[in-house]
Design a protein around this ligand. Structure first.
Ligand SMILES: [Zn+2]
Length: 524
């Protein structure tokens, strides 16, 4: 077989076996009536031809097979996640995957995934590996053939695009997200984008901001703040936000401010966590800027008046606490409360000592929760929190009913309710010595099968409200904040407010502070 024939075979394999989500979503949008069958057939031909063109351009004696095998293997994974969770594999999703740790991967493991990898990855790869490629053609003849395929492909694509130009204008302009589901073209394009965003750095020097930061407080009591970074907790699953199931039985007994209209910066942990602590707002934030600019914790640290600690029961701080004291609580070595997995409440153990030994006046403790990390929601809470039943006990959510998925998710929210109320009651012990406050906000929301979409991470502009409208609450022993916020807790806020709100909570004076973005801004 010559290499072009192998490329054509593989292209057909990709389009037929790895593009189920793409064709399902396309048919959902256009329907299969009359002329649409012809349009969708033309998409089939264009996609196949485009893949042939792509691999032909990169083909050579040494690259053809390795590139095809890598693409087949990766596409078997992307197919699985797209078909089962309707996710889009873009550069942010690739970043999340690269930052995924062992226990998170285990959570995603299933027999079905193994079958996908076997039949769509390993077996076709073995075929590509074994097949004998004929290299007897002369160099000149090979180049000629290659050019013939390249120009032939271009002509087929252009003729079809122009013949159905009205349809393709709609396809590319009005239904932009559809092509995000093509395999392997879209993930290859996004992998390039990921490498460019991550490694093509203009400057690797840290941008120093807020060097003038100083605490100027009129209050004699210092501040003790616990900031809880939640995980995948969407707003409409808190009964504080009128959810019909009682998921906040403990928090509702506390004197809290519930932000009912709070929005995230991104739809994934890797994007939202660095963004919420950064000076940049959602429109301005990107990975490079976040990584190479000091964040609000750095600024608090340089006042020399705030002791800072980051405890992490999620994956890690996503770069936010790299220059500060941060400890991994996913291991029983540090976290004393672990059963099947280490629990969020373990992060509270030993904080008394940390506060007692603090050398600085004020204290900020950040607790990064495991929270509602999917898809195995049933693992996210100790057994006694299983109040809502029956529960979905598999990571293959499509096997469960809507009710079972929601119950598992709600039980995990119930555990967060318990954890947050325990945090508040921990802080109450310090009410006479400190101004104590707790800030809670989730990193992003979650889809639970609405319109066939699961988990999170869709590009922001196409993400449903469920993935961006997040749970957020505030508690303090200082009445001042409740007075400042009177009737404003239902205003629209977002993670853009966190940077300035934290500076405000600690009375930090600096030129990078924007009082209008502080949720508790004074009227004067
Ligand atoms: Zn997250």
């Amino acid at each position: 077989m010559n290499k072009y024939k192998l490329i054509i075979l593989c292209a057909l394999f990709f389009v037929i076996f790895d593009n189920a989500t793409f064709f399902t979503n396309t048919i959902k949008v256009y329907g299969l009536e009359d002329i649409n069958i012809i349009y969708i057939s033309s998409i089939f031909i264009i996609l196949t031809t485009f893949i042939v063109l792509f691999f032909t351009l990169l083909s050579s004696k040494y690259t053809t097979k390795p590139l095809l095998i890598i693409s087949l293997m990766v596409s078997s994974f992307t197919s699985y996640f797209m078909n089962n969770y309707n996710v889009v594999i873009d550069s942010d999703m690739i970043r999340n995957t690269m930052q995924t740790n062992y226990s998170e991967s285990i959570d995603l493991f299933s027999i079905k995934l193994v079958l996908y990898v076997l039949f769509l990855g390993i077996l076709p790869s073995l075929f590509v590996y074994k097949v004998k490629l004929d290299y007897s053609e002369s160099f000149k003849k090979d180049i000629f053939l290659k050019l013939k395929i390249i120009f032939g492909s271009l002509i087929i694509i252009l003729v079809l695009l122009f013949s159905f130009s009205k349809f393709y204008t709609s396809f590319f302009r009005e239904h932009k997200p559809l092509r995000y589901y093509t395999n392997p073209t879209y993930w290859i394009y996004q992998a390039g984008k990921y490498v460019n965003e991550t490694y093509n750095t203009k400057s690797t020097e840290l941008k120093i901001i807020g060097s003038d930061a100083k605490i100027i407080s009129k209050d004699e009591k210092p501040n003790l703040v616990i900031m809880v970074v939640g995980e995948a907790a969407r707003a409409n699953k808190f009964s504080l936000n009128d959810y019909t199931q009682e998921t906040n039985p403990l928090l509702k007994q506390e004197n809290i401010i519930n932000f009912s209209n709070f929005y995230s910066c991104g739809t994934s942990t890797a994007e939202s966590v660095p963004c919420m602590f950064s000076i940049y707002d959602r429109a301005d934030y990107n990975y490079q800027k976040g990584k190479y600019t000091e964040n609000v914790l750095d600024i608090l640290n340089k006042t020399n008046d705030v002791e800072i600690l980051w405890r992490d029961n999620n994956s890690d701080s996503k770069g936010v606490a790299v220059r500060l004291n941060h400890i991994n609580y996913k291991t029983p070595k540090n976290n004393p409360i672990c059963d099947e997995e280490c629990r969020d409440e373990g992060m509270l153990v030993g904080l008394d000592d940390f506060i007692k030994n603090s050398k600085k006046k004020n204290i900020l403790i950040v607790l990064h929760q495991m929270g509602n990390h999917g898809p195995a929601y049933f693992k996210r809470y100790p057994k006694r929190f299983e109040k809502f039943t029956p529960v979905c006990k598999t990571n293959q959510l499509e096997k469960c009913t809507k009710e079972e998925i929601n119950n598992a998710y709600d039980n995990a929210i119930l555990y967060t309710d318990y954890f947050l109320s325990k945090t508040i009651n921990f802080l109450k012990n310090y009410n006479d010595k400190y101004n104590t406050s707790m800030v809670y906000m989730s990193d992003h929301g979650e889809s639970l099968g609405e319109n066939g979409i699961y988990l999170h991470g869709l590009p922001y502009f196409m993400a449903p409200d469920n993935q961006t409208h997040i749970a957020s609450i505030f508690w303090s022993n200082n009445q001042k904040y409740y007075n400042l916020l009177k009737n404003k807790e239902d205003n629209k806020y977002s993670q853009d407010n966190l940077f300035h709100t934290l500076l405000g909570l600690f009375d930090v004076k600096t030129n990078v502070y924007d009082k209008n973005l502080n949720i508790f801004k004074d009227k004067n």
